[in-house]
Structure formats: structure tokens, C-alpha cells
Design a protein around this ligand. Structure first.
Ligand code: F0G
Length: 465
């Protein structure tokens, strides 16, 4: 079945090229800008004309079709990405689709966080429930399918861990070889183990994420390897689909706010693209505000907005325990800026202590996530305190990674070993109380019933006190 019909459009200078004409680094040859995938029905910014025949897909027909596919046994229908394939026609032949039945992630309420924050309606869309435990799977199924259709044998990425895990898994499914560049000693063990488990060639470079990107760029310029970092616009076509799935789960109601963590800064713009497309096609009446939260130690976008209104990026030497977002020179910062501006969202930064508290709070609701995902709740607290988000507004946090991705962080937190003494003294009195209530270090006891009973008794007294 022939379904592909798309072009790539430079987000900076507007130049349009055929998808197959793109260079190995996915950058415009005229201005070095990044591309967006566009379709004949896309709304083109700056009054440019649509790609060709602009007949819009019918909104009710799409809703019906997407619902119908839920009962199908075909793998492309069971995938929470390809079920929406009408809005991402990027492969000619569906036989090339590489899927692990990604997407279909749950939407949870967070009643305790809602109560504590005085916001009636806080939900978490848990993208960590994807096959390799992070939101990257939705993008990898899309980009790997294109790589497979274009006949690539090798794919590669630089990663803080989740991209590499997802790429390695999807490449293995496709029977392709993958090369992973990761900063040595700076990614969580769970993620490192995944790329080995899925058979990737894993190369730990003695540098940071930004240094890995530089080496990878040279490599793909010299060899026929498809670059699978998020500069690859096909990744973002997959990563926009959680926006579709989310509003479908809400029976086509649109929340007021979406909050995402910011690292290389592609995901916020992918979701914003998904919402904009649905709005343009009449599937939803308005677009939610998409806000991006960075860790204080890896805050180039926040800093640039503060210091020059987002005119130029101020790269930083990144450092945060939320290793997934330990990025100082994010490739997609202009796309992120555009997402903030078009949706009306904000960029905030949160401290290491705020991240740890938010992660423990999400964990205490029985959900759990990796540290980078917890910046969303920490950021929400700030936006509420600043009066930017009100009590009746509906908020969806995008939890990007599973709690098991970084169990070392969680264990260190509960054992009270995460922070330096200096960092601990920076925690406010009220937050100290919250931390104390949330910390559940393991108790080591002799295997003797009386000893265990006594320990339990004292714990129960604590609970009832
Ligand atoms: N959350 C998690 C768990 C991530 O792994 C990442 C990025 C982000 C948030 C940020 O998303 O880059 O689109 O702003 N991880 C990449 C990686 C960089 O290599 O796994 P972004």
C-alpha cells in the first residue's frame, strides 16, 4: 500500500525538499536550520502555500477510524503510534514499519499532588510505560521505519541513555545494526544495560552528551549511517502522537496545560506539533499551553530566555543528577522556543532538591518515574506559585521515563545519600518535613520474629502519631 506523501520544510528559512533529498545530518544546506515534516494538509507558517493539494482529512472520520483500529489484531493498529498513521504518512509501505506496540500509555490522576498544590485536576501521561521504558519509543518506531524503508543497514545516536536504549531495541527488531555514543560514567546503569541487551555497539566516550554529538556528526558525514538523534524530524512525527492519544483518552477534551522536561529540547515541540495539527484539522477546538522545565544545572533555554529573550542560545556546562537531561547545548532549542511562543507556555528551572522531592511524591502515588520526568511536577509547583496556573485549570505532566531506569538515584535518595551536606542545608524547613515523611530506607534486622515485631510496632506508632 502506497501511503507516503510528505516533504521536509526548514523551520528557519522555509526551504522545502523531498524527504529522500535530506542530508545525513538533517540540516538545511542553505541555513543549517532543522526540518519539520509537512504534508499536503499541513498549515504552513508565514503565509507560505501548502505542499500541494490541501484537502484536509475529515476529523470525524479520523476519530472513528482510530477508534475502530483499537480492536484490530494487526501490529500497525495495535501500535499507539501507527494507529494514528493517517497523520504521519512517512513510509510508502506499511510492511517496513518496525513496531514493538509502543504508545497506548496510561493517563493517571495524581490526587495527592492535586490536594497539596490546590489544583483540582493534575494528570500524568506515563510515557515510561513504553516497551523500553521511555517516551523515545514513539519516535524510534517512526524513524527506524523510515531508515528501514530507505535501505539503511546502520543507525546511530548520541544519548544520555534513553534514546540509545530505544534505538538499540528497534534496530534489533528491524535486523539492523546500531551504534550508541554515550558519555562515560554519566548515564544510568539501567539504560546502559539496555543498549547492550539489544545488541548495540556501545561506545562510551570520555566526554559529555554534547561532545558525543560532535563525534557522531563527523561519523554520519563519512559513512552511510542514519542519524537517529532528535534532529531527525521523523522521530518527532512519532513523538507527536501522544498528543493524539491523550485527547482521545480525555474524550476529545483539551487540558489547559502540558508540562514536559527539557533536555535536547525536541519533545515539547513534537507534542506542540501534534496539538497544532489536531487544531488545524478541527479535531480539537484549541491548543494547550506547552511548558518546558529544565534542571538548574542544565538550563540553557531558561537562561537564554532570561538573559536575551531567547534571541541566542547560551550553552552551559551541564550538570544534574537527572542525567537524562544533562545537556548544555541543545540542538532543538529554536523549535522549543517556537513551541513556547505558539502555545503560550513557559520555561522554568528547578533545583536538584526540588527534583528529588517531586520524584518521591510521584513515587508515593504508586506511579514512579525517573528523575528527569519529575521536573514536571517540580516545575508545576513553581508555575502555580507564580500564579501562571490556576485552581480550575487542567494540567497534564508528561512522565518521560520509568522509575526502574535509574534505581541507583532512588536508592540513594531513600538512604539519605543523594545530597551533599551543603545541598541538604539548602532545603527549606517545610520541604525537610516532606522529605522525612517520604523517605523509606530499607531496614536491616536479624531474622528474629521478636525483633521484627518490635521494629514494626515502632513504625506503626510513627504512622498513627
Ligand atoms: N526525559 C527523559 C527521560 C529523557 O531521556 C529526555 C531526553 C528528556 C526528558 C528530554 O527530552 O531531549 O526532547 O528535550 N533524553 C535524550 C536521550 C537526550 O539521549 O535519551 P528532549
Amino acid at each position: 500500500m502506497k501511503i507516503a506523501t510528505h516533504e521536509l520544510r526548514c523551520t528557519e528559512c522555509g526551504t522545502r525538499i523531498a524527504g529522500t533529498a535530506v542530508n545525513s545530518i538533517f540540516r538545511c544546506t542553505i541555513c543549517n536550520g532543522l526540518y519539520d515534516v509537512i504534508y499536503p494538509w499541513s498549515a504552513i507558517p508565514n503565509g507560505d502555500t501548502p505542499a500541494s493539494d490541501s484537502k484536509l482529512p475529515n476529523a470525524s472520520a479520523l476519530r472513528w477510524l482510530w477508534q475502530e483500529r483499537r480492536t484490530s489484531t494487526m501490529s500497525v493498529d495495535q501500535s499507539g503510534v501507527w494507529r494514528f498513521r493517517d497523520l504521519l504518512p512517512i513510509v510508502d509501505d506499511l510492511d517496513h514499519v518496525v513496531t514493538l506496540r509502543e504508545g497506548n500509555t496510561p493517563l493517571y490522576d495524581l490526587p495527592r499532588a492535586s490536594k497539596a498544590l490546590g489544583v483540582d485536576w493534575i494528570l500524568a501521561k506515563h510515557q515510561g510505560m513504553n516497551p523500553t521504558g521511555s517516551f523515545k519509543d514513539t519516535g524510534m518506531t517512526a524513524a527506524l521505519s523510515v531508515a528501514s524503508e530507505r535501505g539503511f543497514e546502520w543507525v546511530a545516536c548520541a544519548s544520555t541513555g534513553n534514546t540509545s536504549a530505544a534505538m538499540a531495541a528497534y534496530a534489533a527488531r528491524a535486523g539492523m545494526r546500531s551504534i550508541v555514543f554515550i558519555p562515560e560514567g554519566k548515564i544510568a546503569w539501567g539504560k546502559l544495560s539496555q543498549s547492550m541487551d539489544y545488541g548495540a555497539l556501545t561506545i562510551q566516550l570520555k566526554t559529555d552528551f554534547d561532545g558525543c554529538v560532535n563525534v557522531l556528526t563527523d561519523l554520519v558525514n563519512r559513512f552511510p549511517i542514519m542519524l537517529l538523534n532528535s534532529v531527525n524530524p521523523y522521530r518527532l512525527e512519532g513523538q507527536k502522537t501522544p498528543a493524539f492519544e491523550l485527547v482521545e483518552q480525555l474524550e476529545w477534551q483539551v487540558p489547559e496545560h502540558i508540562i514536559v522536561p527539557g533536555g535536547n529540547l525536541a519533545n515539547g515541540s513534537a507534542l506542540a506539533k501534534g496539538f497544532s495539527e489536531m487544531h488545524h484539522l478541527g479535531l480539537i477546538p484549541r491548543i494547550p499551553k506547552v511548558s518546558i522545565i529544565q534542571a538548574e544545572g542544565a538550563n540553557p533555554l531558561f537562561r537564554s530566555l532570561q538573559e536575551n529573550g531567547g534571541e541566542d542560545l547560551i550553552p552551559v556546562k551541564a550538570n544534574t543528577r537527572a542525567t537524562a537531561i544533562r545537556i548544555g547545548n541543545p540542538a532543538s532549542w529554536r523549535k522549543a522556543l517556537r513551541a513556547l511562543r505558539t502555545t503560550g507556555g513557559w520555561c522554568e528551572q528547578v533545583s536538584e532538591q526540588e527534583i528529588a522531592l517531586a520524584k518521591a511524591e510521584i513515587g508515593s502515588e504508586g506511579i514512579g518515574c525517573e528523575p528527569a520526568s519529575a521536573v514536571t511536577l517540580a516545575g508545576l509547583k513553581k508555575l502555580v506559585a507564580q500564579g501562571k496556573i490556576g485552581r480550575e485549570e487542567r494540567v497534564v505532566l508528561i512522565l518521560t521515563g520509568h522509575t526502574l531506569k535509574d534505581s541507583t538515584y532512588t536508592i540513594d535518595y531513600h538512604r539519605g545519600e543523594l545530597f551533599t551536606d551543603e545541598e541538604s542545608t539548602q532545603i527549606s524547613g517545610s520541604d525537610q518535613i516532606l522529605h522525612a515523611a517520604l523517605r523509606k530506607p530499607p531496614i536491616v534486622l536479624d531474622a528474629d520474629t521478636d525483633t521484627v515485631f518490635r521494629a514494626l510496632e515502632s513504625q506503626m506508632k510513627l504512622v498513627h502519631a
